[in-house]
Design a protein around this ligand. Sequence first.
Ligand SMILES: [Zn+2]
Length: 504
Amino acid sequence: MSANDGIGVSEQVHGYLSALATAIDGLTECDLTGLQDSELTSVMQQVEKSLRRADAVGHRLIVETAERSLPGKLGHKTLNKLLIGVLRISAADASARITAAKSLGTWHALSGQPLPVDLPETATAQRDGDIGADHARAIREVIRKIPHTVSSSDVAVAEEILAELARSATPEDVEKAGHELLAHLNPDGNLTDDKDRKRLRGIRLGRQDQNLTTPISGHLDPEARALLDPILAKWARPGMNNPDDPESPTGAAEHPAVDRDKLAAAAGLDTRTAAQRNHDAVKEALRALLASGVLGSHRGLPATTIITMTLDQLEHATGVATTASGGTLPIRDALKMAERSHPVLVLFDHNGRPLHLGRSKRLATADQRLALIAADRGCTRPGCDAPATMTAVHHVHDWSKGGATDIGALTLGCDGCHALIHDGPGDWKTRTAPKDSEYAGRTQWIPPPHIDPERKPRVNHRHHPKELLERARRKANAHKYADTVSRREQPQRPTGSDGMDEIP
Ligand SMILES: [Zn+2]
């Protein structure tokens, strides 16, 4: 519609704004107590959708403000300063909004011609109200990290897949799947190559402050992180090493004896920075600590770094392995760790779960736990990101009601999630996915009605980002197919979305 239609643009915009204000007045003042529980969550979702769509309006306003050089005209040095002055928002907020508008807004050439949107599918998903600012930020971060050697058409496909995924997943899921995607686009894992990792590594101990506490900062390399995680899982557990409780158990490591002469000689040749030496020291200490066996066991397994990878990854020595504590490290580093075998266990993530113990034992054996770590990788409740080290082995069917201690009937769950199932107030149910279902053999969780009125069983994709990517890729392909069909069949309407999911 244009000004020629009889109504000026200004009146039009003011009409929209007053309708928006009326709607918000109504929603602010109406009595929510009359809503059913399920309605309340649905209202929440609809308000969220509108707020997300409103972000897209914000981008339009920023683009328009910038393109007519308003900051200069109004005496603001930059667009940031104009936003801060006009909206009284923080500098951080202003720059976040401008960054978002740059990648999601439709900008124009001097001729007035619209330019291609930086992240077109993400922008569409936001306009649809399906994704929020955090989703968009997660996608932008992944796209930004794609190496320049990757073709622009591959980048476009990656963006499409991530945007499709974001429509049905959390920003954290997008981030995780993004790592997977980056590993796929750069299978050698040299996104930040070995040189970068060597240069970046370091731990900085700050000066003691007034409280006598010391700030610490820096970067651990993936191997160091993978060594550190299981120790934290063990020593930082509630009740362990608590100085306020004399009864609390403590753990300590022994220092190896040091040969002073050798040390003096090595010091003369050492060109590392202090931060790099700190880093290397901690890494070796952790390695020695893990190898010494003083850590004993953690939830029935020796406390150690547990790495999972697929046979395919092993054969090609490319990609990224995951650790039981939720970390990732390049396969090459994982294999290097495995060669020094003592502290590390490498598991191969097959789909099958080979162990069967029936009801002979109440407690899951260490072998079963290892198999579950390889298969489940973490808590199996949909959306929970507790890594395997934070979980215990649970019976999919309550053991007290006859559930077997059989690998096919066991699953990993963190304590919080486990409290939600069986007869607990959370009202979640668990079962093993039937043979003919998409994720056969995995633990399905059936949500209570306030989360999903249809109570559709779902599995947790949080520890299996590849699955999310696969699903998003299928959906993106389906959309493309639908577009082609609708273009070919014009003016008939395109076929419905039913059945589209089956197109590979
Ligand atoms: Zn959990």
